[in-house]
Design a protein around this ligand. Structure first.
Ligand code: NOJ
Length: 740
């Protein structure tokens, strides 16, 4: 194992670590062992008397939410020099989408469909945060999120298990590097294990009810994938899963995670989730909660002190055994050894952090460019030709707000380090055209129309109205759910009045979730969905608007027409009466006293279409890609074999551009019903205008496996449909058979 910094360097192998851990464990008192299982909140740039005392007494294994380098070093110094055994601390922080350089929110990073970019963003986040003394991030968040009302969809990698697990692996690789002990590697954390995304009603912290088959086929695969590829830690979800809060859920934390998956890293609770077992109505008091959480498999308690207060008593009463405590503490110490903390927990103040350096900013810019999704572009209004405009009206509360563009969980980013769109547009406009700016609304939520007149004036006198609307950062993220996901406040009215001026509208939306756009979509000529793009929003979005780059982001989550369609995701089950396009019925066309069965009996709505406004995987380009000639190398595949599926993609438009080519399958008959489409592969390609490429995917029959009624994970013989296309609504299809 390499040491963490400039101090003494030597190598430890696996058995060295094991024997070091055992030696240390043999010297520890019960109190010191329990201390390792406790994570306390930092005091913010100071070390309080109480915290110092607790560290010296060996009652703290980890600190979270301290980011000041000198304070962290002082905490580590106290732990190493003043506690009896000198055990260093894990220093945890929510480094979710960047540290000082803020990258697009995770949902936006998922829209890049680029494992490479996602890995590089995480790597930079690790470089910047480790330079501040942080050695553990609570990311990636890999909750499958199919309800855009849920504010935490912003932190997720979207609705699809395959996309999520692929990108989660890249994120872990970025954070953890080749070795946890490298100077700039930090431990990652798979959270929130598991099912949190299914919170009822899209309301945070709410109950989840997920049948085991659905849990295993949809919610668990990303966790299993990164457990296998070496994520250092897990965090248990706050939520109640099928009646048993995860913090006390022995089946999930022990039977599945330890016994089935053989996962060996520590599991941390979420914030005060141990005492919350009492509030859930699952434990009688904190003593009971500590016993239940520890028995179920929570190794470290975050922020509260039930373990500190009650664990010894629980041991004396034979509720928790010494063996159990030893196995927990071994996991925590092993992580500390693997991180190299025993060689050096002190971060050199001279270690160059390079925060926000040109390299970091250029990756941040690239991530924004690849994550923006072009939803509409009538008459090719985009890209804007500089020479064709005299005046550009820039309207909206998000055009020039360096804070809001960072999005949720951007604690360590600074507003004044953000590059806004207005500033970047001014650079582009120099000597070429005029910019007239009107904020229109003070905030995205404001309901009055005081700024409308100025915005209208600005638009009337312009060739194009470029509007920057959406959600402020506070409208998504933890505990920030919405029952309506329309543009908030008076934004729709603002669009209406600008539309009435007759000036064409290009709408850039910054938001932490999908927005229902049906009511305004016909009023605008183009929509670029930019999510919350982070530090480099301005330079990246202007490059897209002026055609320096072509949009290539694809939706990692379905955009519903209306909130009433939720949950709406592409991988739905067919049902026995699937919706049929021709049978779509509009409520306004129903004749009086129409017979009950007169327009067919299918799974649809009377008052909105059954389809989404934009499907999963969707995203336009300035160019156009034509998909043809889907081919298989074999129509019959023996079980255990593989099939190659290919299609030809032509860039028939006028721009060199990137495209995300997507592979979907459907298992026609299953022991349990299978989704009507399932993503099984994707490739980001670059094609010059006029160029074409054959893109081939290799699909092994193992990749067709799913959990059946008996909860066995295996592929089944039979007929499969397979599609290749630019989004999940692709119709370019062929079929193959798998034989036993
Ligand atoms: C609560 C959140 O659920 C979790 O995601 C986060 O890592 C912790 N708090 C620590 O801030």
């Amino acid at each position: 194992m390499l040491s963490k910094s400039c101090q003494q360097v030597h190598e430890l192998n696996f058995s060295d670590v094991e024997s070091e851990v055992l030696t240390l464990l043999s010297r520890m008192t019960i109190e010191e062992k329990i201390g390792q299982m406790s994570q306390l909140s930092g005091d913010g740039c100071i070390v309080s008397k109480n915290l110092r005392k607790a560290i010296i007494a060996g009652h703290v294994g980890s600190i979270l939410n301290e980011v000041d380098l000198d304070t962290i070093n002082e905490l580590q110094r106290i732990a190493i020099q003043e506690s009896r055994l000198g055990i260093p601390l894990l220093i945890g922080r929510d480094v979710i989408h960047g540290f000082n350089t803020i990258f697009p929110i995770p949902l936006a990073q998922a829209a890049t469909w680029s494992p490479k970019i996602v890995e590089r963003c995480a790597k930079i986040a690790a470089i910047e945060s480790s330079s501040s003394g942080i050695n553990w991030t609570f990311a990636p968040m890999i909750d499958i999120a199919r309800d855009p009302r849920w504010g935490r969809i912003a932190e997720s990698l979207g609705e699809d298990p395959y996309l999520c697990k692929t990108l989660a692996n890249s994120m872990v690789k970025g954070f953890q590097g080749d070795s946890l002990s490298d100077t700039n590697s930090i431990a990652a954390c798979a959270k929130h294990f598991a099912g949190y995304g299914a919170s009822e009603g899209g309301k945070d912290y709410n109950t989840t009810n997920i049948p085991e088959n659905e849990l295993r086929n949809v919610y668990l695969p990303p966790f299993k994938a990164i457990a296998e590829s070496g994520v250092a830690t897990f965090m248990a979800s706050f939520s109640d899963l099928n009646g048993v809060p995860v913090t006390g859920n022995n089946w999930l934390l022990t039977t599945v995670l330890r016994d089935e998956w053989n996962y060996s890293g520590p599991v941390v609770s979420d914030w005060e989730a141990v005492p919350q077992l009492v509030i859930h109505g699952f434990a009688f008091d904190d003593y009971d909660a500590a016993g239940k959480a520890c028995t179920a498999g929570i190794d470290m308690e975050m922020a509260s002190d039930c373990y500190l207060k009650h664990m010894k008593h629980l041991m004396n009463n034979n509720v928790i055994s010494l063996d159990k405590i030893d196995s927990v503490v071994k996991r925590i110490l092993t992580l500390k050894f693997n991180l190299g903390l025993f060689e050096s927990a002190i971060t050199s103040p001279n270690q160059p952090s390079n925060s926000l350096n040109t390299d970091h900013l250029s990756i941040a810019k690239e991530a924004v460019i690849k994550s923006c999704v072009l939803l509409k572009n009538d008459n090719q209004i985009l890209p804007i030709a500089k020479s064709a405009i005299n005046t550009l009206a820039v309207i909206g509360p998000l055009a020039d707000d360096g804070y809001e563009q960072m999005g949720t969980w951007a604690f360590d980013g600074k507003e004044n380090q953000s590059h806004t769109c207005l500033n970047a547009l001014k650079e582009v406009a120099k000597n070429a055209f005029n910019i007239n700016y009107a904020v229109g609304m003070e905030t995205t939520r404001c309901n009055h129309h005081d700024g409308f007149a100025e915005a209208i004036d600005t638009a009337i006198n312009a060739d194009i109205a470029l509007m920057f609307l959406g959600e402020e950062a506070i409208l998504s993220g933890e505990a920030h759910c919405r029952s309506s996901i329309d543009l908030p406040g008076a934004q729709e009215q603002l669009i209406n009045v600008i539309h009435a001026t007759g000036t064409p509208i290009i709408l850039v939306i910054m938001a932490g979730r999908p927005i229902t756009l049906e009511k305004i979509i016909s009023k605008v000529d183009a929509i670029l969905f930019a999510w919350h793009p982070g530090t480099m929003a301005g330079p990246a979005i202007t490059d897209l608007l002026f055609g320096v780059e072509s949009p290539s982001g694809k939706l990692p989550v379905t955009f519903p027409r209306t909130v009433g369609q939720i949950p709406l995701y592409y991988a739905q089950k067919n049902s026995g009466r699937p919706p049929i396009d021709e049978k779509y019925i509009n409520i306004d066309n129903i004749k009086m006293r129409a017979p009950q069965t007169s327009f067919g009996m299918t799974s649809t709505y009377l008052d909105t279409h059954f389809s989404p406004l934009f499907p999963f995987g969707f995203g336009l380009s300035y160019s156009q890609f034509c998909y043809t000639k889907i081919k298989l190398n074999n129509k019959v595949i023996p079980m255990g074999g593989a099939v190659e599926v290919s299609a030809t993609i032509n860039n028939v438009g006028n721009y060199n551009a990137e495209e995300v080519v997507q592979l979907y399958i459907r298992d026609i008959v299953g022991n349990v019903t299978r989704p009507i489409k399932e993503l099984k592969g994707f490739q980001r390609i670059t094609l010059g205008k006029g160029e074409s490429m054959v893109v081939t995917f290799k699909l092994h029959t193992d990749e067709l496996a799913f959990y059946n009624q008996q909860m066995e994970y295996k592929p089944e013989a039979g007929l499969f449909h397979v599609w290749i296309g630019g989004d999940s609504s692709t119709t370019l299809k062929t079929e193959f058979e798998v034989t036993d």
